[in-house]
Design a protein around this ligand. Structure first.
Ligand code: MTE
Ligand code: CO
Length: 432
């Protein structure tokens, strides 16, 4: 040690950057030796990426003005929304999926929030946007965006899940990736006005029982929302994750209906009509209804029930490192409130272990869970099972089919199974 000390002090001036890197890499190895056998082996291998000067060490990069609105690194080019071309006839009335296997934590970045539109993206200049409140109110009102900015605001993190998320998986394992099986979901921090302030401003009549929000896009998207929900926790928002809503997500104004299915979260919100009964919606009877085995229908199933999925490993995110230390990561959520517990199994549901729920646990928001374990290299059947604060437990696929039959599309909250083969390749499977 003495001679090394001497070396560095006496010859400091003569040290090149390369010598310095080699030197510290050796020291790093020596320190590591005391801690763990595994890290010495790595540090002792000659590593040109540490010892050789690279271009990005040598040349100055872009200055501060080169990227006025920053984008992710070019090396993250595969972290994008994707669609399934055969799912819908036309991209204007279609859906794409959030790359949840590439994200971490609980917040979805704005640029990769899945999109669902019935008639394309409306491009609206905010100075031309109006929100009308009419129907069973004391005084019908029309707000400009400027008017809306004068109401007290709040920020909340909520997930939005399309009722059709996982719809293709009802009859059996279909799509090879959690982006496609579970990616009709996003979770952002919204800033906006509690809806009740706008309704109170207009003054509700005593027979005001239902609300009909309407979008400004050509689909004139409308949905009936019971007044108790509207007055409870709904928001009229203009910001997501701190910046203006993206056009895809309803710029300049959208409705947020926490915990309830995505189709009620009307984008490009232009009108709120107050009524005394539910409106009849073609989609609600023909589509947003769960058809049961006996031919009857489950209607007005608005809350998204407790659900979870393992995002890593998953078909688009195989295990590349082989046996040993492995991190299993996943997402859990419930439209009824917080997720109380998540269990994971690597043997197809025979044995369950509690996962570690990490970071923020917020009501009606995604939760992040991890399970850190040593993989013995043998094939695994990975499952996760969430339990929410009401004590509701995520069902198996068979239990869900027994309750609802084979004909459903909507509200699939069943347990997902990933088959991790011994070479680390992962496939979407069902086990009985
Ligand atoms: N609002 C309008 N105006 N037009 C639409 O087509 N689609 C709905 C809902 N709100 C829709 C809409 C559906 S079915 C869903 S799942 C969500 O928006 C999707 O929201 P996102 O595009 O932000 O993911
Ligand atoms: Co939807």
């Amino acid at each position: 040690m003495k001679s090394e000390d001497k070396d560095t002090t006496n010859n400091a001036q003569k040290f090149s950057r390369r010598d310095w890197l080699t030197h510290t890499a050796k020291l790093g190895g020596a320190v590591g030796a005391a801690l763990s056998g595994a890290s010495i082996a790595k540090a002792a291998t000659p590593e040109p990426l540490i010892t050789e000067i690279q271009d990005w060490n040598r040349y100055m990069g872009d200055g501060v003005d080169a990227r006025p609105y920053g984008l992710p690194s070019q090396f993250e080019h595969d972290v994008i929304r994707r669609d399934v071309s055969w799912l819908t006839a036309d991209a204007k009335s279609s859906i794409n999926f959030t790359p949840i296997h590439k994200l971490d934590g609980i917040i979805t970045p704005n640029g990769v929030c899945f999109e669902r539109h019935h008639s394309g993206i409306a491009e609206i200049e905010p100075s031309n946007h109006r929100l009308m409140v009419n129907g069973l109110v004391d005084k019908p009102l029309v707000f400009t965006m400027q008017d809306l900015e004068r109401f007290p605001r709040e920020s909340h993190v909520y997930f939005l899940e399309c009722a059709a998320n996982g719809g293709m998986e009802w009859r059996g394992a279909q799509l090879n990736g959690c982006q496609f099986t579970h990616g009709m979901i996003h979770n952002v921090m919204y800033t906006g006005i509690p809806l009740k302030y706008l309704l109170e401003e207009a003054g509700l009549k005593t027979n005001a029982k239902w609300l009909l929000p309407e979008g400004a896009d050509p689909s004139h998207m409308t949905r009936s929302i019971p007044m108790e929900k509207a007055m409870n926790d709904c928001l009229v928002v203009f910001k997501m994750n701190g910046e203006a809503l993206r056009p895809e997500q309803g710029y300049p104004l959208r409705l947020v209906v926490p915990g309830w299915e995505g189709n009620m979260w009307v984008k490009w919100l232009r009108r709120l009509e107050v009524g005394d009964k539910a409106w009849h919606h073609r989609e609600e009877t023909s589509k947003y209804t769960d058809l049961l085995a006996d031919g009857s229908a489950r209607r007005f199933t608005w809350t998204m029930d407790v659900k979870s999925v393992i995002t890593n490993p998953s078909p688009q995110a195989p295990v590349l490192h082989g046996r040993g230390r492995t991190v299993l990561a996943g997402l859990a959520w419930s439209g009824h409130g917080k997720v109380k517990r998540v269990d994971v199994s690597i043997d197809g549901g025979r044995n369950w272990k509690p996962a570690r729920v990490d970071g923020l646990t917020l009501s009606k928001s995604l939760h992040r869970f991890y399970y850190d374990f040593d993989w013995d290299g043998r094939e695994m059947f990975m499952q996760s099972r969430a339990i929410d604060e009401l004590g509701q437990v995520q069902p198996t696929k068979n239990a869900l089919r027994e309750a609802r039959g084979e004909n459903s599309i909507y509200h699939n909250n069943a347990i997902q199974t990933w088959h991790v083969k011994n070479d680390g390749v992962v496939e979407n499977v069902e086990i009985s």
